[in-house]
Design a protein around this ligand. Structure first.
Ligand SMILES: O=C(CO)COP(=O)(O)O
Length: 126
């Protein structure tokens, strides 16, 4: 499975720690992440296989959206900040829209991400 990992700035520290907590599960899969999120996860969990795209505000959300459209991303974990205005809000909305359109699992908070990681633990990477 290829999982997209994205977090907005205010939520990054908790998300990086959360991924590290579940490192054994993520090690079974491939990941793609927006630039800053992915760099911070790699620094905390250097063993994980993470492809980096551009930073979200610079087109990274759109790059991941294109991967969803071409079928190369299987699930998305997106810790989107509900309390901070974003200059690239349209890109954030597009990512949610494409995940919905292509019917792939998308977790937007930790409660749902926990459910997703339980599912990922049962999957074998391909
Ligand atoms: O802005 C983002 C998603 O909308 C995340 O991008 P970064 O991981 O590059 O900060």
């Amino acid at each position: 499975m290829k999982i997209a990992l994205i977090a907005h700035d205010r939520l990054k520290p908790a998300f990086v720690a959360w991924v590290k907590k579940h490192e054994a599960v993520f090690a079974l899969h491939q990941m793609v992440a927006t630039g800053t999120t992915g760099s911070q996860i790699k620094a905390a969990s250097p063993g994980l296989d993470i492809q980096l795209v551009k930073s979200g505000p610079l087109g990274g959300d759109q790059q991941i959206g294109a991967m969803i459209a071409d079928g190369s991303v299987d699930a998305v974990i997106f810790m989107a900040d509900p309390l901070t205005p974003m200059p690239h809000d349209v890109d954030v909305k597009a990512l949610v829209r494409l995940s919905t359109l292509y019917n792939i699992p998308m977790a937007c908070n930790e409660a749902t991400a926990e459910l997703m990681v339980s599912w990922l633990a049962r999957m074998v990477s391909h």
